[in-house]
Design a protein around this ligand. Structure first.
Ligand code: OAD
Length: 260
């Protein structure tokens, strides 16, 4: 484990990226912090420090009182709709364009859809998305979560409850998406782990798989996490600062009209 200032390691990390065939960027709530979306566990602003996840974001809570879960997630969706991808998301999208000859996969725990909005093409949302509703019984019904859908309603196809298409506490991850994320992680030469406290399983296992399969694991987080012990590089920096600097090192002369 090497803990160094971000600026000092950019050349080293850039060399690793240049030599890599497969790259994974694994992201968590800290990446969207610069967009004004609160993380789950940071200090006074952490969402789970202010509401009980069992009430507002668990499958048991949804079965007990769907309206409470629906309303809380609806508010979160309004905030996500109101804000936008930040320079960190845009730099990761730019990184994909810089390494266009390689495979770059984003594996995200975030439900905000900002990676795709920023321009990344290959995004695996292991915790689902707040932008879509689906039938709880998985009869096939799915729809965009439109502005007008403010109340829980039964699935128009089978009558089971309709619900946001994200993973609630007490539920399993979509096996297809998680298997794909596991495969990409195992094939990665460089595995970036950004903005996650590394506490929620099974997603938190992906960097461990990547490392066990031979990837260089690079953590970017202003604070130490359990991954800091395991990562090859544990960089104390914000996501936006790190990825913007990495892109600058990799492509100093590139002019990219989509950069902000
Ligand atoms: P957490 O809130 O647990 O952790 C956020 C992490 O981001 C912390 O380690 C912060 O230090 C770090 N951080 C804060 N600002 C940052 C910045 N500007 N740049 C980089 N890092 C920063 O969020 P997650 O690890 O994503 O699950 O939480 C994992 C899961 O727990 C979420 O997906 C969600 C939640 O319950 C579901 O919704 C199923």
């Amino acid at each position: 484990m090497k803990e160094r200032l971000a600026m000092a390691v950019h050349d080293e990390i850039a060399s690793l990226v240049r030599r890599a065939a497969e790259i994974v960027v694994f992201s968590g709530a800290g990446l969207s912090a610069d967009s004004g979306i609160p993380t789950f566990r940071d200090g006074a602003t952490g969402l789970w420090n202010n509401v009980d996840p069992d009430e507002v974001a668990s499958i048991d809570g949804f079965m007990r009182n769907p309206r409470v879960v629906w309303n809380w997630l609806r508010e979160l969706k309004n905030l996500v709709d109101d804000r936008q991808p930040n320079p960190g998301h845009r730099a990761i999208a730019r990184l994909e364009r810089i390494v266009a000859d390689k495979r770059l996969t984003v594996v995200t725990q975030n439900i905000d859809g900002y990676h795709s909005r920023a321009g990344n093409a290959d995004v695996l949302e292991v915790h689902g998305t707040i932008h879509r509703l689906r039938c709880h019984a998985r009869c096939g019904f799915a729809d965009e979560w439109g502005e007008d859908l403010r109340e829980p309603f039964p699935c128009p196809q089978c009558g089971a409850p309709a619900r946001p298409d994200l993973v609630l506490f007490g539920e399993a991850l979509d096996p297809e998406v998680f298997t794909a994320a596991g495969r990409r992680s195992a094939r990665a030469d460089v595995f970036f782990c950004v903005g996650t406290s590394f506490t929620v399983q099974p997603a938190a296992h992906l960097p461990v798989w990547a490392k066990a399969s031979g990837a260089t694991v690079v953590e970017i987080n202003p604070h130490r996490t359990p991954l800091s012990e395991v990562a090859d590089y544990s960089i104390r920096a914000g996501a936006s600062q790190f990825f913007a600097a990495l892109c600058q090192t990799l492509a100093p002369d590139a002019v990219d009209a989509t950069d902000a």
